[in-house]
Write a protein that binds this ligand. Structure first.
Ligand SMILES: *Cc1c(COP(=O)(O)O)cnc(C)c1O
Length: 366
């Protein structure tokens, strides 16, 4: 007998998450020099991490023999001051992936269902499937969440609904008024996870007051991350903001020490580095213009981007992906998201964007 056959069928059916290819792996596979490779595959911050965050990490290195503060007091104080919420409204996670899972675990069982959009972030199906709950994937409209259809897809057994705004890997965005109307129309038995991993990349005038909505919608969970604009993807730190009752449930199902002392210190410092965030935003805005213009000049269609990446249609996407790898440029195939004719490229520095466009032109010509 194979013990693995005894694992629940919904666990055995999980398709593993496909991460962006790491630079050392490509270097090994192609015999390339690591320093000549650029990775635009995981929506990381091309400016690196905030210098304040790096200094904070060095400052706490001497303490790593101690367990971290399992309540994350200092970081919660910083987040609370920034967003006008109490500690009891905050759940810290080992990346926001962790808090997405905590939300699923707090509300779902194999007798319940969860709703998310086609082409939505891959962690939603993974989190739902790991519990054995039913997944309801709602067809997208022009690659964007179809909020009306998502509302209609809610059943009496639905307990969680995921919205990514902006969404990854499509880069699409739902205007705040639409999300607000959606929340107002949704029945109260569904917890809405509003995943705002790219919130800080939105121009101010496009940002909704999602944290303010927590007062009006007791079933709302807002999630954010330090992996993107704050440049701390390698440290893993994300958080959820929610009503005290929901936050308490999520905190009960998390590991007592799910976030480590280095990331706690780094995140608190990064939150205060407004100058780094501002520069990251501006480099991204300029890069979005450069890359979308370059794609148009190559005759390629792209989905209008609202994050720090652009998803574009290209003939022979997997062949182009491979040819880009040979040129030392790592982008992200999105076939596993049901988009086999698209590739996703993260906005890099000015020189990385230029290198990408130049390499893409060569990859298309080949
Ligand atoms: C990158 C991303 C996250 C953040 O993941 P972390 O676990 O915080 O690194 C969450 N949601 C979406 C849609 C993302 O693209």
């Amino acid at each position: 007998m194979d013990i693995c056959d005894l694992a629940p069928s919904y666990i055995r059916a999980i398709a593993p998450y496909q991460p962006g290819k790491p630079i050392p792996e490509l270097a090994r596979e192609m015999g390339l020099d690591e320093s000549g490779i650029i990775k635009l595959a995981s929506n990381e911050n091309p400016l690196g991490a905030s210098p304040l965050a790096q200094r904070a990490v060095r400052g706490v290195l001497d303490g790593i023999s101690r367990y971290p503060d399992g309540n994350g007091f200092e970081l919660k104080r910083a987040l609370g001051a920034r967003f006008g919420v109490e500690h009891q409204n905050i759940v810290l996670g080992n990346g926001s992936n962790d808090v997405l899972e905590l939300a699923a675990r707090a509300f779902l069982t194999p007798q319940h269902s969860a709703v998310y959009s086609q082409h939505a972030f891959a962690v939603y199906p993974l989190a739902v499937q790991a519990i054995g709950a039913a997944a309801i994937e709602v067809p997208a409209r022009a690659f964007a969440h179809d909020l009306d259809a998502m509302r209609r897809a809610v059943r009496s057994d639905t307990r969680v609904l995921f919205i990514a705004n902006p969404n990854n890997p499509t880069g699409t965005y739902a205007p705040p008024a639409a999300v607000e109307a959606f929340l107002a129309a949704l029945p109260g038995h569904v917890a809405v996870v509003l995943d705002e991993a790219y919130h800080e990349y939105l121009p101010l005038e496009l940002r909704g007051d999602s944290i303010g909505w927590l007062q009006r919608f007791p079933n709302l969970i807002v999630t954010r991350t330090f992996s993107k604009v704050y440049g701390l993807a390698g440290l893993r730190m994300g958080y959820a903001l929610a009503g005290a009752g929901i936050a308490d449930l999520m905190n009960r199902v998390r590991q007592p020490f799910n976030v480590n002392s280095l990331s706690l210190a780094a995140a608190a410092a990064a939150l205060e580095d407004l100058e780094f965030v501002r520069r990251s935003f501006e480099v991204n805005q300029a890069g979005l213009k450069t890359v979308t213009r370059g794609l148009s000049e190559l005759g390629l269609q792209y989905i209008v981007p609202f994050g720090n990446f652009v998803t574009f249609a290209v003939p022979d996407a997997s062949g182009v992906f491979q040819r880009l790898l040979k040129l030392g440029v790592i982008v992200r195939p999105v076939a596993s998201y049901g988009m086999p004719d698209h590739l996703r490229v993260t906005i890099g520095t000015e020189s990385e964007n230029a290198r990408f466009l130049d390499s893409l032109a060569r990859a298309l010509g080949a």
